[in-house]
Every structure is written in structure tokens, then in C-alpha cells.
Design a protein around this ligand. Structure first.
Ligand code: NDP
Length: 326
């Protein structure tokens, strides 16, 4: 038996609870992992509360991320004792995930735990931090350099936003943090932001083109915020879009794209190919300041993950949450 959060949906409703689960209930897979730590991302909040239909099969163990040690493997890449990390691939949505003491997975989904990180640090990064790195890589791929000007990060107090601010600042970019928590100005300054802006300035319909300000952007919010960020991006600038915390619509015009050559670059972490994942984790190992990661992170137990999931959706969680399991 092992402990895990189990989500059920039936005639009694949608509910998540900490349960004792029999090993025989684990899904198919060629690698069994003893989970050391997991985390709560926005998507885990949606899964645990049932606010959006993230979970596609029931019962489901949520948790789109895990870090731990291989306990059994018939996959050629993994041996007993290997330290591994998993992000995405539908885990915690269609396949049992990381918010449990054990997981059984497809070995193709795993990457090695970078030597630079403990399992808890890897989970402090989690999908949110790995996605922030994918956004930074996309900005670089499109040629955005620190000397080009300010980079704006929206949803900056969230998980993706906090790691993005820390990474960009470390890489020498000038960072503006857009947030609904301007009272957290000290937090953003410690992460390396030079400017803190109130998200209310971005939340309403704006002009098709506004004053040119940003050389690049990491947008985790979507909707009017993303439209306004595109409208105020400088000629030739690059906007990476990865989130929908403010809405999945995009009420924008083509003007920034056809008159200023702005690039809108989509970023997906879930199905990202393995080579890109390995690159992102390798860059996190070199470009993320561990002291800043500590500042961003709070640690909770498996049992606490259920109430904290609701707090995360309510915007009451700052930065990242590690769920310590072993
Ligand atoms: P968090 O909940 O940690 O952060 C989201 C942040 O968005 C909040 O902290 C808040 O920041 C801001 N926010 C929340 N509600 C609103 C609103 N109504 N209007 C404007 N801003 C709002 O989530 P994550 O950082 O884990 O994820 C952020 C987004 O990125 C989510 O939509 C998530 O689904 C998406 N995502 C996508 C991935 C991909 O592969 N494309 C991978 C990971 C995440 P503040 O308080 O500073 O305003």
C-alpha cells in the first residue's frame, strides 16, 4: 500500500481525498518511481478542485510533476536507484500522477534529475519553472537580447511568473513585473525586477497599438492582458504566451503583427519533445539562482495539498509550492 491523493467523480460528486492505495491499482508502465517530492501547479489546482475538466479518467492521482528514485524498471534507459524528474505528458490528467508515494510511468517521459538539484528543488521549479525556462529559450531563439530593452512578465507573483523574473534578471535582462499584488514590490525586487506594474493597467480592452515599450514578454495571463502586451511590444519584439490565468480568449487585432513585426510565440510544456526538455533542465541548472528559488518556495505535506490547491486558484499562493512526500 502507498499513500496518495485520489480524485473520484461519480453520483456522489467530484472529490479529492488522501487515501491508502494498493500497489496493484497502479497503472501500466515500464518504470516504477518512489516519489520524493511533487508540487502544485495551476493545472493541479484545477484538477484537485474540479474547477476545469483537467482530469480525463477516474479515479485519478493528480500531480503533473514528480521527482524521485526508480524502484523498478524494464525500460532500457533507467536502472533501479536512478534519480528522475517527470513533467507533463498528460500525467495527472490521463495517467496517474505525482501526488502519491509511488508512480508507474512510461520511461520515455522521464528525464534525469540534474545534479544541481535535490528532488525538492526540482519540484520547486516543477512544470511552472520549466515552462518559464521554455519561454526564455523561445525569446532567445527569436533573437531577443538584454540590450534590446525591457521584458514584461505577467502573472508575476505566480509560479511561472516568479521563476521567469528570476531567470531573466540573472541573464541580464531588465524585467518589469505585472501583478495584482503590487504590495509584494519587495519580493519582485529581490527576484530582480526593476519595475512593478499593477495588472489593472492591462486587464481591460486597450488600443490596437499602444506606446512601444517591451522588447519581449512572458505572458501567463492571456485575454486582454496578452492583447495589451502585444499592442505595447516594440517593433520586432517577441511575446511568449504560455498561460490563461486571466482567460483563454485573445481579444486582439493583427496590428502589432503586421505593422510592428511582433512575433507571438506559443509555449507548451506538456508535449514538448525530450531534447527541448533536457535543454531547459540543463539551462535551469546553470541559470537559476538557488537562493532566489528558496525565496519563491514554500513546502507542504501531501495532506495539505488539497486545501492549498483551492488557495492557489484563489490567487493566495505566491511563487511555488513543493509537496514533500518522502
Ligand atoms: P499560478 O496560479 O502560480 O500563477 C498565476 C498568476 O496569474 C497568479 O499568481 C496571478 O499573479 C495571476 N492571475 C491569476 N488570476 C488572474 C486574473 N484573473 N487576471 C490576471 N492575472 C491573474 O499559476 P502558474 O504560474 O502555475 O501558471 C500560470 C499560467 O500558465 C496558468 O494559466 C497555467 O495553466 C499556465 N501554464 C501553462 C503551461 C504550458 O505548458 N503552456 C505550463 C505551466 C503553466 P499576480 O498575483 O502576480 O497578478
Amino acid at each position: 500500500m502507498f499513500k496518495g491523493i485520489l480524485i473520484d467523480k461519480d453520483e456522489h460528486g467530484y472529490r479529492a481525498a488522501l487515501k491508502d492505495i494498493d500497489d496493484s491499482a497502479l497503472p501500466e508502465g515500464n518504470v516504477t518511481v518512489r516519489v520524493a517530492a511533487s508540487t502544485l501547479n495551476y493545472k493541479d489546482g484545477l484538477a484537485i478542485t474540479g474547477k476545469s475538466p483537467v482530469v480525463r479518467k477516474f479515479p485519478m492521482v493528480p500531480g503533473i510533476d514528480l521527482a524521485g528514485t526508480v524502484e523498478a524498471s524494464s525500460h532500457p534507459d533507467w536502472r533501479v536507484g536512478d534519480a528522475v524528474v517527470l513533467n507533463g505528458w498528460g500525467v495527472g490528467e490521463t495517467h496517474w500522477g505525482g501526488l502519491a508515494e509511488k508512480a508507474r510511468l512510461n520511461g520515455d517521459w522521464l528525464v534525469p534529475l540534474p545534479l544541481a538539484f535535490t528532488p525538492a528543488q526540482a519540484m520547486a521549479i516543477g512544470t511552472a519553472g520549466y515552462t518559464a525556462m521554455l519561454c526564455v529559450l523561445a525569446l532567445e531563439r527569436h533573437g531577443v537580447k538584454p540590450s534590446d530593452g525591457e521584458i514584461v512578465v505577467t502573472g508575476a507573483a505566480g509560479g511561472v511568473g516568479s521563476v521567469a523574473v528570476a531567470l531573466l534578471a540573472k541573464l541580464g535582462y531588465t524585467v518589469a513585473a505585472v501583478t495584482g499584488r503590487p504590495q509584494e514590490a519587495d519580493y519582485f525586487k529581490q527576484l530582480g525586477a526593476t519595475t512593478v506594474l499593477d495588472r489593472a493597467e492591462f486587464a481591460n480592452p486597450g488600443k490596437p497599438l499602444a506606446k512601444e515599450r517591451w522588447a519581449g514578454a512572458v505572458d501567463t495571463v492571456g485575454s486582454h492582458t496578452l492583447a495589451n502586451v502585444c499592442a505595447s511590444t516594440k517593433y520586432g519584439g517577441v511575446v511568449t504566451a504560455c498561460g490563461l490565468a486571466g482567460g483563454f480568449d485573445l481579444p486582439a487585432t493583427v496590428m502589432p503583427f503586421i505593422l510592428r513585426g511582433v512575433t507571438l510565440a506559443g509555449v507548451d510544456s506538456v508535449m514538448a519533445p525530450k531534447a527541448l526538455r533536457l535543454q531547459a533542465w540543463q539551462r535551469l541548472a546553470t541559470d537559476l539562482d538557488l537562493a532566489k528559488l528558496g525565496l519563491i518556495t514554500r513546502t507542504i505535506s501531501l495532506a495539505e495539498a488539497i486545501p492549498v490547491a483551492q488557495q492557489l486558484l484563489d490567487g493566495q499562493v505566491r511563487g511555488r509550492v513543493v509537496v514533500q512526500i518522502a
